[in-house]
Design a protein around this ligand. Structure first.
Ligand code: SF4
Ligand code: SF4
Length: 384
């Protein structure tokens, strides 16, 4: 990059930011690649086993904090954010409807990986084209979106996008946290942005609200307890002790974001791709559980939900049905689906049936008790 001087780099950086905004990102920041401050935190998190069975986290090791080991030659990371909150924020009310399947807001529209990666690639191409006129050496870039080997929140913080909240997600003062992050690793010595200061202050709302107590300390999330991990990443049985705490959350969880006061300032998305799909939004657990594998694949085409596969989908909904109010149709469906998918799903179905049947017994006992009390109060025989 010998032909580029510092003035060119400042101008190029301004252009990169303008191109990024024109491509639909709400913010573009630039960080260097020195993340060594995060290595101790990352190692302690891994040592505590908080990554659960995400063994890829361990196998990437410190490469996550060393972008130039992941992509040799990288000098800077261009960090971008894109809002995903729809204009109609009614999705949150589904948390109060236990017979509706709650799907994390980010997953209701088109797969963000595809949307962001395509735009980042376009940004990389624009940079390459612009430089090809003044410098014959090669511009190298590589886009990442929610990729395991990248410490995206630490990078976003350094790039001035936002600070890492106590729930471990990135928060922006003007935009809250309902946005996706993406990174473009690049071999250009661009001027960097100023890191963002932490602004959680004394607030602990996310720690208190977390249904499974997964935020074990500020900035420390035990993935093994986090509903997002349990419903999306984990291939195992969901621990029985956590199932009742999951309520109707069948894919991911938004509670720590919903409670965060900074999300009062959240911006809505300008991307139609992120608007909720009808087949997934506000559907009853019975409807979602009754889907065949074919219907699941059809309704989740182009959605991030598809990657968990039908087995985990059924496993998650079975747990939610176990947490739902007593419902004869749910019981019939659970029985009907037993033996159709896998032993794992059957174990969750059996648990759900136990919960539903316990509720049925409770209702019957309650009715009997009420009848008895009424009879006694009226001075009638006890079996009246
Ligand atoms: S996503 Fe849900 S379960 Fe995970 S830390 Fe946030 S509130 Fe807790
Ligand atoms: S809820 Fe409070 S502590 Fe948690 S991330 Fe938001 S501001 Fe920080």
């Amino acid at each position: 990059m010998s032909a580029i001087n510092s003035i060119d780099l400042v101008e190029l950086t301004n252009n990169i930011k303008a191109w990024g905004m024109a491509l639909g990102f709400q913010q573009v920041g630039i960080s260097d690649i020195d993340l060594h401050h995060h290595e101790a935190h990352l190692q302690a998190w891994l040592d505590a086993g908080y990554h659960g069975d995400m063994s890829f986290m361990e196998s990437h090791g410190m490469k996550r904090a060393r972008p130039d080991e992941l992509v040799p030659g990288t000098l800077r990371v261009i960090s971008v954010r894109m809002n995903y909150l729809p204009p109609d924020a009614s999705f949150a009310k589904h948390l109060n409807s236990p017979d509706i399947g709650y799907i994390s807001r980010y997953a209701l529209g088109r797969d963000y990986h595809k949307v962001l990666r395509k735009r980042l690639k376009q940004l990389g191409e624009k940079i390459t084209n612009a430089l090809s006129e003044i410098d014959s050496s090669t511009t190298q870039y590589r886009p990442f979106v929610d990729s395991a080997p990248v410490l995206e929140h630490a990078i976003a913080e350094k790039a001035g996008i936002g600070w890492t909240g106590k729930h471990s997600l990135t928060i922006n003062k003007e935009a809250g946290s309902w946005f996706f992050l993406g990174e473009l690793f690049i071999n250009l010595p661009l001027p960097v942005d100023k890191p963002v200061e932490e602004n959680c202050g004394s607030c602990t709302a996310c720690l208190t609200i977390c249904p499974t107590n997964a935020i074990v300390a500020p900035y420390k999330v035990d993935a093994r307890r986090c509903i997002s991990y349990l419903t999306i990443e984990s291939d195992e049985d969901i621990p029985e002790s956590l199932r009742p705490l999951m309520g109707n959350r069948i894919y991911g969880c938004d509670d720590c974001q919903l409670i965060c006061p900074w999300n009062r300032y959240a911006d809505v998305t300008t991307e139609a791709d992120f608007h909720p799909r009808q087949a997934l939004h506000g559907q009853s657990l019975n409807t979602l559980f009754s889907w065949s594998e074919e219907t699941f694949l059809k309704n989740t085409e182009g959605s991030p939900i598809r990657r968990i596969g039908y087995e985990k989908w059924q496993r998650n909904i079975a747990v939610a049905l176990g947490n739902a109010p007593f419902n004869e149709t749910s019981i019939s469906l659970l029985k009907e689906k037993r033996g159709m998918v896998s032993d794992r799903v059957d174990r969750h179905i059996n648990w759900a049936l136990d919960q539903q049947l316990n509720r049925k017994i409770d209702i019957q006992e309650n009715r009997q008790q009420k009848r008895l009390i009424r009879a006694v109060e009226k001075g009638l025989p006890r079996d009246a």
